[in-house]
Ligand binder design. Sequence first.
Ligand code: FAD
Ligand code: UDP
Length: 378
Amino acid sequence: MHFSSAGSGRFDYLIVGGGFAGCVLAERLASQLGRRVLIVDRRDHIGGNAYDGLNEAGVMVHRYGPHIFHTNSSAVFEYLSQFTEWRPYEHRVLAEVDGQRLPMPINLTTLNRLFGLTLDSAGAAEFLAARAATSARIESARDVVVSQVGEELYRKFFEGYTRKQWGRDASELDRSVTSRVPTRTDADDRYFQDKFQFMPLAGYTRMFERMIDHPDITFMPSTDYADVRHTIAHDHLVYSGPVDEYFDFCYGRLPYRSLRFEHATLEQERFQEVAVVNYPSPEVPFTRITEYKQLTGQQHPCTSITREFPTAHGDPYYPIPAPENAALYRRYESLAEKTPGVTFTGRLGTYRYYNMDQVVAQSLKLFSRLAEQASVAA
Ligand code: FAD
Ligand code: UDP
């Protein structure tokens, strides 16, 4: 791994973006096929949005908001385990609703505490069934929730949060958005039920550093692809930045949602009950507060937190899952397919609301494809 200029000579692969998409692919190409790879990133660090590090107080924080690793894929988990030890961590979230902090996803405890009831699981299922809307078609993110828990719980837990997060109503978003959040009638208060739920013990950045620690991988931070595209000789380009930007927005801009992060360090050991508290109320301008020590297990006399304020402007963090955006993306996708020597990947390159493990899986699959092509060509 080198952190200087690209030096002389030709690279087999130029990879744009040093996040999960770029680093996993670089690692595979170098370690399995002996390819010379250059990764460029316009940011001054490796890791993309999963970047973490110690802040000025010495608390480990995630610069771009909380990243919690979970997957059902043993292939993904085993792959990453080559580059990190793990800390078992099961994520729990509370949502502040009607002056109470209640388990989110909605579960048996949420219902009993919100409505002052003493339901058991069967009672909770009946309670929800009596409220659930019975519309035949479940098309939008709103329909998904209303069909499970009804209008009132939708309004309290989802309506305001979704409007803030996406800048539009849940009825204008794909069903996949709220399908990420289940409804439970038992008292399981974990946010995820995946088979593997861990945090990288020494952090994400350390994991990325180990991944690209290979003599055939060069990393150039603070380097925009636009500035080097004509000067760095390479055979293949892999692009994990925004696909519309690559094509100079020729069909118009793909909408992305951004966030403004307000980071703070407090001179107290603990700030809140769990790592993440959600604020669905439209009266509160942010969506959630994260307390990092509860994710990392770090012991420190201070604690660091982040409030997330969704915005339309800024770094492109979230592709917005909606039919008209998918249609626009398809136009870019077909242009991408007709562009020889360039492969698009990652959350921004393929305009997909992917979690980290899905991006790792996507890169491993892409590597298999490239390896197959290489063996056919040989
Ligand atoms: P990125 O991490 O976005 O990396 C792309 C890189 O490309 C960036 O570093 C960018 O600077 C660089 N780049 C773009 N264009 C150019 C250019 N022209 N020249 C040079 N460099 C360029 N996933 C989970 O599994 N669990 C979570 O808890 C979780 N929480 C999240 C919280 C937030 C606030 C956000 C925004 C995302 C979260 N995710 C989470 C999703 C996760 O961040 C992504 O799945 C993953 O980071 C995507 O990796 P990537 O490599 O595709 O993209
Ligand atoms: N959501 C909500 N209220 C919550 C949590 C989630 O309305 O308390 C909705 C919201 O639209 C959000 C989506 O469900 O964008 C998916 O939530 P998730 O926590 O999976 O989003 P992430 O932060 O991981 O992208």
